[in-house]
Design a protein around this ligand. Structure first.
Ligand SMILES: Cc1cc2nc3c(=O)[nH]c(=O)nc-3n(C[C@H](O)[C@H](O)[C@H](O)COP(=O)(O)OP(=O)(O)OC[C@H]3O[C@@H](n4cnc5c(N)ncnc54)[C@H](O)[C@@H]3O)c2cc1C
Length: 462
């Protein structure tokens, strides 16, 4: 569908950030004929090849935001080896602890970069503006529109601004104030080593069955995840380690404008940008797995030699934002509610956010059209009121679930790393608790929630 960005439609939406959340929202708005532009600080599409899994709630959200999002995923999704998450005692026995059914062909993996590349193809040429790093937002223009000012000195105007700019969100800082602790994510005292190992090497290390499907290895103060991606040509490996120390960044500096998404390199803490990765090594990972079963150690042995990056896991548990919306600006995806990766839900929640935002913004746009040029009061003011209501409803309906995820993710990692009082000994308890957490994520009645959100907005618009 072609959109006239300056045409008659009542709202133009500026989306800051071309990650999964921002691009899903853009496609959702396109499908509902709401004009938009995406402003992304990277100069071109450039992504790390990290693996990602998307659960059934995420797939339902893809279809709801626009069928083309689901189609993009289908092009890159890797069929499951088996439709189960399987947890192994990685420390003592290398034996299975528990299998959780993920649904038929549920929680398929893909390379995040492959998915994003397919998603971006859905958008009309020129709607993603590359090399646009947001610096500030000015809201005092006479027509009620917002001006976005970019690092390169250019600016753009919009009626609604949605910050989809990730865990280090600039929009979040501008919305809440840089000195507000809620503007900055905090260290979860976990870091990880990640790698995509060639499948022939993986097969030698762990054999065909373990390499064919997702496995997780639990143990004291660390855990490992492995699953095949890219049509089974590589094995995605993540080794998570608990760190009792505060995060010690290597250096301080400017945020790296080329980085995007999972490629977390710097983060703002206390108003400063501090390095968010440290140097590590395969030997470091192996020493965190001292005394573990040889299989777990063989997986860590697949990490590259030499210096490798270790990635700190940050989240927004300690200082949550009180709301995701203020006026005609709001936050979505990791910018609003970044959680650790341990329940594999962040991207799916970003797509869910996109469904609500696209739906509610389109509904508010219909409200403006219904008012007509002679509408209630000054059009700029009325437009802003309707836009603000849509964003407020979005924040209200998404807040509880998305905030829950952050704490639930901390609980999950404590289960994996034997940090609960039973130190991993009670397998039934593990099965019960982990099932409850995943099921709450997966079994979400999106249609019902969207319907209720629409009704809530309709109530406020009358
Ligand atoms: C190791 C790991 C494994 C994970 N596994 C899973 C999984 O299996 N399943 C799952 O659902 N989730 C997973 N996640 C979480 C998931 O990756 C994130 O929740 C998701 O990518 C967030 O998407 P986003 O679009 O909100 O933000 P991001 O992907 O961070 O995108 C933000 C975008 O904004 C841009 N940007 C930032 N600042 C500015 C600015 N000032 N101006 C303009 N642009 C800007 C960035 O360059 C970037 O492109 C994992 C995360 C990690 C770290």
């Amino acid at each position: 569908m072609t959109i006239d960005p300056e045409g008659e439609a009542p709202f133009k939406v500026a989306i800051v950030g071309a990650g999964i959340t921002g691009i899903s929202l853009a496609i959702g708005l396109q499908a509902r004929n709401v004009p938009f532009a995406v402003y992304e600080r990277a100069r071109s599409f450039r992504e790390v090849g990290a693996g990602i899994g998307l659960s059934e709630n995420a797939e339902r959200a893809m279809t709801a935001v626009a069928p083309s999002v689901r189609e993009a995923f289908e092009k890159v999704a890797m069929p499951n080896g088996e439709d189960y998450f399987q947890w192994v005692d990685g420390f003592n026995t290398d034996r299975l602890i528990f299998r959780l059914h993920v649904g038929d062909n549920g929680f398929r993996g893909c390379r995040r970069s492959d998915f994003l590349e397919e998603l971006i193809k859905v958008l009309p040429e020129g709607t993603v503006k590359w090399g646009k790093e947001l610096r500030s937002i000015e809201e005092d223009s006479p027509d009620g529109r917002t001006t976005l000012v970019f690092k390169d000195g250019t600016d753009a105007r919009a009626d609604i601004v949605v910050g989809c700019d990730g865990i280090r969100s600039r929009v979040r800082q501008l919305l809440l104030g840089e000195q507000d602790p809620a503007s900055h994510a905090g260290y979860t005292h976990k870091y990880c080593f990640r790698s995509l190992a060639p499948m022939d090497e993986a097969l030698k290390a762990i054999g065909p069955y373990r390499a064919s499907t997702r496995f997780m290895y639990n143990g004291p103060d660390a855990h490992i995840i492995t699953y095949p991606v890219a049509e089974g040509s590589v094995l995605n490996i993540v080794v998570f380690v608990t760190d009792t120390n505060p995060w010690h960044p290597n250096s301080e500096g400017e945020s790296n404008a080329e980085n995007s998404g999972n490629n977390i390199t710097t983060i703002s803490t206390g108003g400063r940008n501090v390095t968010h990765t440290g140097k590590g090594s395969r030997e470091g990972a192996l020493s965190a797995l001292e005394g573990w079963h040889p299989t777990a150690r063989a997986i860590a042995g697949l990490l590259p030699t030499g210096d490798i990056e270790k990635w700190a896991v940050f989240d927004m548990l300690d200082h949550p934002a009180g709301s995701y919306a203020r006026g005609t600006t709001c936050l979505a995806g990791d910018a609003a509610h970044a959680a650790g990766p341990h329940l594999g839900a962040g991207a799916g929640f970003g797509i869910e956010d996109a469904v609500f935002l696209a739906t509610l913004i389109a509904q508010a746009a219909d409200g403006v059209k219904a008012d007509g040029p002679e509408g209630k009061g000054e059009l700029g003011t009325r437009k802003n009121e309707l836009a603000s209501e849509a964003l407020r409803v979005y924040s209200d309906v998404r807040y509880e679930r998305t905030q829950w995820l952050i704490g639930a993710t901390r609980d999950a990692v404590a289960l994996f790393q034997w940090q609960k009082d039973d130190r991993g000994a009670d397998h039934d308890r593990f099965a019960r608790e982990i099932t409850r957490l995943f099921h709450k994520i997966w079994h979400y009645d999106l249609d019902l929630e969207v319907k209720q959100a629409r009704a809530k907005l309709a109530g406020r618009l009358t």
